[in-house]
Write a protein that binds this ligand. Structure first.
Ligand code: RET
Ligand code: FE2
Length: 526
């Protein structure tokens, strides 16, 4: 386990030809680009948490039936400062560090008295985002880093905060049909009003502009005030339907006072997050046209979620599927100490990720009796009217034990049938890939001994007629040293293996990524 999680991984910036077994579809041409933590030790210092590791990008390029692999560390300012100092000098999620005295790039960190929140890291290790023709590595701070998807080189650093007042933003943006990005972020320090902002980054800028920057044209679409000024909710993703934004204000909250004093107290960012188990979880539905939050108060019991699966509208209801927990044990499980020592005995999940479906009636009989269930669709999910007019929602359980959900993005915001995900049993590390039919709850699986698959990515076939016409791609890390890691290609419909592309490198466990079809790649850089 130690090797898989915390051993520093070497980068392989020159492409390596993979050994392909089986038959890959001829239409599968493009780059699977993924991100995740690859280095957890610098000099004599070690990060505490798996999410702290320095971003290591890797890619699988599919070209005429062949597959090429490469990997490269993101040359973030955090990476460069740490490597130069040969110790951790930039704080990450679970590790508080103090800047190298001779470097002042992160010096703002010390001016906590004048700045409520210190400068965050640009170690963008979570996901990849597409903005126009460009690609960015992302995390959850105000910084993203442009990258070259072909060479994996690191390009400019973008500070969202220069354009709009967000201090943190999600790594799971949505894209509309024109390719514009819709994302959410929290404004913590702007005029003392803590709020959640939905913002848009256009996919293109006016032709006449000399220095083209989509970010200059970023705009706040609407905002939702935080229920608590000093404790906004933490969130990792949000949902979107044709007409609404689905935002869940969960009782896992960031404590701004704790964050502002974290440096002086020598504690990490993770300790500024707290789960308030007796609080409620509030649902917000913002009308994308009027930009107004639906006025009815919808809520459920305390839960913690990271990933929305999908959301859509049906007969006056909003249906949204999420992967939920009953506590915040997920973040605790990824402390490297827990992942290395007696892993199997000591690191059992205390809360199993559960795929829950909420069905929320937006149009309902306003004279309905208190205590009545307002849901009129065939589901076991309920929405019960309370005395004060608020509506208490309880979910239908779709399945247990899945995480890192992925759908056919063509069905995002629409009625859909399939979720591809990793399946976890007793540990936070997945052992299977699953396909769940959300209508029938039927499941298909793929597993193999000593194999640890990553987030599955669905790629539609060019002539797709059905939602699951395509392939599912997943990187498989092996715990058997005799077996090299591989990229697995499954037929999305049958979940049968089409092939694998083996690469003889020590591959890291990653988080998220995207497939870039050949036609979406700029040609001049090849
Ligand atoms: C550095 C930093 C943060 C980083 C959070 C990270 C890195 C979260 C990763 C979450 C993942 C990978 C979840 C998977 O389900 C915060 C708390 C936003 C704010 C303070 C500064
Ligand atoms: Fe995520």
């Amino acid at each position: 386990m130690e090797t898989i999680f915390s051993k520093n991984k070497e980068e392989h910036p020159e492409s390596i030809k993979a050994e392909v077994q089986g038959q890959l579809p001829t239409w599968l041409q493009g780059i699977l680009l993924r991100n995740g933590p690859g280095m957890h030790t610098i000099g004599d210092t070690k990060y505490n948490h798996w999410f702290d590791g320095l971003a290591l990008l890797h890619s699988f390029t599919f070209k005429n039936g062949e597959v090429y692999y490469r990997s490269k560390y993101l040359r973030s300012d955090s990476y460069n400062c740490n490597i130069e100092a040969n110790r951790i000098v930039v704080s990450e999620f679970g590790t508080m560090a103090y800047p190298d005295p001779c470097k002042n790039i992160f010096a703002k960190a010390f001016s906590y008295l004048s700045h409520t929140i210190p400068e965050f890291t640009d170690n963008c290790l979570i996901n990849i985002m597409k903005s126009g023709d460009d690609y960015y590595a992302t995390s959850e701070t105000n910084f993203i880093r442009k990258i070259n998807p072909q060479t994996l080189e690191t390009l400019e650093k973008v500070d969202y905060n220069k354009y709009i007042a967000v201090n943190v933003a999600t790594s799971h943006p949505h894209y509309d049909s024109a390719g514009n990005i819709l994302n959410m972020g929290t404004s913590i320090v702007d005029k003392g009003k803590t709020k959640y902002l939905l913002f848009k980054i256009p996919s293109s800028v006016p032709e006449t502009e000399k220095k083209k920057s989509c970010f200059k044209h970023m705009e706040v679409v609407c905002s939702i005030p935080s229920r608590s000024l000093l404790q906004p909710s933490y969130y990792h993703s949000f949902g979107i339907t044709e007409n609404y934004i689905v935002f869940i204000e969960q009782p896992l909250k960031l404590d701004i006072v704790k964050m502002a004093t974290a440096y002086i107290r020598g504690v990490n960012w993770a300790s500024c997050l707290a789960f308030h188990k007796d609080d409620k979880t509030w649902f917000h539905f913002v009308d994308r046209k009027t930009k107004k939050d639906v006025s009815t108060k919808f809520y459920t019991d305390a839960l913690v979620l990271y990933h929305h699966v999908n959301a859509y509208e049906e007969d006056g209801h909003i249906i949204f599927d999420i992967i939920a927990y009953t506590d915040n044990s997920l973040y605790d499980m990824f402390y490297l100490k827990k992942l290395s020592k007696d892993f199997e005995e000591n690191n059992k999940l205390t809360s199993i990720p559960t795929c829950k479906r909420f069905v929320v009636p937006l149009q309902y009989d306003k004279d309905a009796e208190v205590g009545s269930n307002l849901v009129t669709l065939p589901t076991s999910a309920t929405a019960v009217k309370e005395k004060d007019g608020s509506i208490y929602c309880q979910p239908e359980i779709l399945c247990e034990g899945i995480e890192l959900p992925h759908i056919n993005y063509g069905y995002n915001g629409k009625k859909y049938t399939y979720v591809y995900a990793t399946e976890v049993q007793w540990s936070p590390v997945p052992t299977k890939i699953a396909k769940l039919n959300v209508q029938t709850k039927e499941m298909l699986h793929w597993r193999a001994d000593h194999c640890w698959p990553s987030e599955p990515i669905f790629v539609p076939s060019p002539d797709a007629r059905e939602e699951d016409d395509g392939v599912v791609l997943t990187c498989v890390v092996t715990s058997d040293p005799k077996e090299a890691p591989f990229l697995l290609i499954l037929d999305a419909k049958t979940f049968k293996e089409l092939g694998r592309a083996r690469v003889n490198v020590e591959m890291h466990l990653d988080l998220h990524g995207m497939f870039i079809p050949e036609k979406a790649l700029k040609t001049e850089t090849e």
